[in-house]
Structure formats: C-alpha cells, structure tokens
Ligand binder design. Structure first.
Ligand SMILES: O=C[C@H](O)COP(=O)(O)O
Length: 317
C-alpha cells in the first residue's frame, strides 16, 4: 500500500543549523526524568492512550531465525492486536498497528498476509544493523525491498560519518538513500547508542532531516544502548527546530528495548509535552517494538476486568 500523506522533501545541506549546537547532557537527563514522574495523563484516559499506542506500534521481527510462518503470525496479530472481548469492552470496533517491520526477504510474505488491511509493511535495509556494506549494495537493497512491496524503509546511517564529523558526506549518502526509496517513506535510524554524545545525536538528526527523511528513529534494537528518554528528547527538540525552519513535520520513532505499557506512556507523554499532540498519531509517531504489545494487552485487560491474566494467555508479541 502507499501512503496518503506526503513525503518530506528536506532542505539543502545547511551546516549553520547545527554546527554551533551543544546539548547539555545533564539538563536533558533532568528534563527526561521529570517526564516520567509528573503524571501528565490522567488514569481514566490511560486506556485510550494505550489504544493509541497500539496504532503507533511498528510490530517488528528482526531475528536471524525469522520464517514465513513467524511473519504470517505477526501479521495476524497486526490485523487484530487486541482480543475481541477487550475491543468490545473498550468500545472499539477497529484497531490495527502502525506497520509490520521485517527484513527485506520477508517483505513479500508480510505484504501477502496484510493484503486488504491497509497496514503498511516496513523493511529495514542498507546492511541493517551495522550499515557497513558498500553503498551501491545498500541502495540496491532499498530498491529490492520497495519492489517486494515495502511502503516504508528503515535505513541505517554510517556511524563513522558522525563520529568523524563528515556531515556533508552523511547528507549526500542519506539523500541517495531517499532517492532509492522512490515512493516509499524513509525512516533514518541514527543508532544513537553508537554516537557517543547528545550533541552528535542532535547534529545527525538535523542532517537526516535536511536529507529528506520522513522519520528519524533512535536505534536498531541491536546496539548496546537503544532508545532512552534523554536521546529521544534531544531528537524531538531537533524535530521542533526543523519544523520551525522549514514548516515540515518529520516523524519520530523510538525503537529498541521498549517492552512495556509504561514505556509506551512515557514516550507518548514526551511527544505530547515536548512536541505537539499531532506527534502522537501514527503518521508522525511510531514505536519500534518486537515485544510490547503483550504488556499493553495485559494492562488493558486489567483496566477492563480489574484483574491481570497470566502471561501465557497472551501472544508473544
Ligand atoms: O526497530 C525495531 C527494533 O528492532 C525493535 O527492537 P526490540 O526487539 O528491542 O523491540
């Protein structure tokens, strides 16, 4: 399927938008800590926010032992992420996840399994997760995934270009990846756990947006440190700054290690408080997660019935 919302165009390379930026790491940590302690979403609205979180999940499997069967089961869950009785009790008649995210050779299985559902298939590409295959191969991999039917491509950036401050080269590389995506939307994974400083995270975010990324994404899920709130706060500030300069709404995708309903709420609060409520909708916000849906379902069951069910009653997603 293709998206009805437009692709971002980015801007010319403009190093003056980020060169002098220095992020104060302890201030970012303090601000991130207040987001999780101040209750900004009232209890009675939490079920609605958790249902919103489901619509923002990029339901993911990125494992070496993925099979067509596993992808088909994941797609069945993507079409019906909540049990029928919970849906009815919550007054919902339709609910699906934001996308299903798989490796390129799994795209065709996911496309077939999701036919008619309107759920886009996202694929990681460009030598995920390290991104250290030659550029022509990385571009060919993007084109392959798009030909297979991926509507969204999650690319990884070359960390060395950030660590050595080669911002123009980073811009040029991401621009080429954007062209290779054709009509597919592009999410740029910064792999923030590899970037050493929040200042680098801010600069890489800005370059990725200038190069025309539709989303910026924190992590592959394979770095030692994946999505954290201070990193996300830094990226969200960059999103806001980019929007002020260009009028473009670039999306945000935290990913890696996010497993609980509490994580979902923390990130939704971050988007609402630091950005805009518009940045809590699936066209601008996704949560990349292979194992969060089960906990959200558990929490919603508790909301509806007052009890927790055993984890073995829930799908492993
Ligand atoms: O892009 C999504 C990530 O790979 C998911 O990471 P996770 O398996 O830690 O949820």
């Amino acid at each position: 399927m293709t998206h009805e919302f437009p692709r971002m165009t980015g801007s010319a390379f403009a190093p003056d938008w980020f060169e002098t930026m220095a992020v104060n790491a302890s201030a970012a940590e303090r601000r991130a800590a207040t987001l999780t302690t101040r209750r900004t979403v009232k209890k009675e609205f939490q079920a609605a926010w958790l249902a919103r979180a489901i619509t923002c999940i990029d339901l993911t499997t990125l494992a070496g032992d993925d099979t067509a069967g596993r992808v088909q089961r994941l797609c069945a869950k993507a079409r019906a992420p909540l049990r029928g009785d919970l849906m009815a009790a919550l007054g919902l008649d339709q609910l699906t996840v934001g996308a299903v995210c798989v490796y390129p050779t799994m795209v065709s299985h996911a496309v077939r399994a999701l036919e008619g559902s309107g759920i886009p298939v996202a694929s990681v590409a460009t030598g995920f997760p390290a991104g250290l295959t030659p550029l022509p191969l990385r571009l060919a991999e993007i084109r392959y995934a798009v030909e297979q039917g991926a509507a969204e491509i999650d690319i990884v950036i070359t960390r060395e270009l950030v660590l050595t401050g080669k911002w123009q080269a980073l811009y040029d590389e991401i621009r080429q990846m954007r062209e290779a995506c054709g009509p597919a939307h592009m999410k740029a994974i910064l792999a923030t756990g590899d970037l050493k400083t929040l200042t680098n995270v801010y600069k890489a975010s800005m370059v990725a947006m200038q190069a025309g990324s539709d989303f910026i994404k924190t992590s592959t899920g394979k770095e030692d440190v994946n999505a954290t709130l201070p990193v996300s706060l830094t990226m969200v500030r960059a999103l806001r700054d980019f929007r002020e300069r260009t009028g473009q709404w670039v999306g945000f995708k935290p990913a890696g290690g996010l497993k609980t309903a509490k994580d979902a709420m923390n990130w939704l609060v971050l988007m609402k408080e630091e950005a805009d409520v518009r940045w809590t909708m699936p066209d601008l916000f996704r949560i990349g997660a292979s194992s969060m849906l089960g906990d959200i379902e558990r929490q919603l069951e508790h909301y509806v019935t007052g009890r927790y069910s055993a984890a073995n009653r829930h799908a492993l997603a």
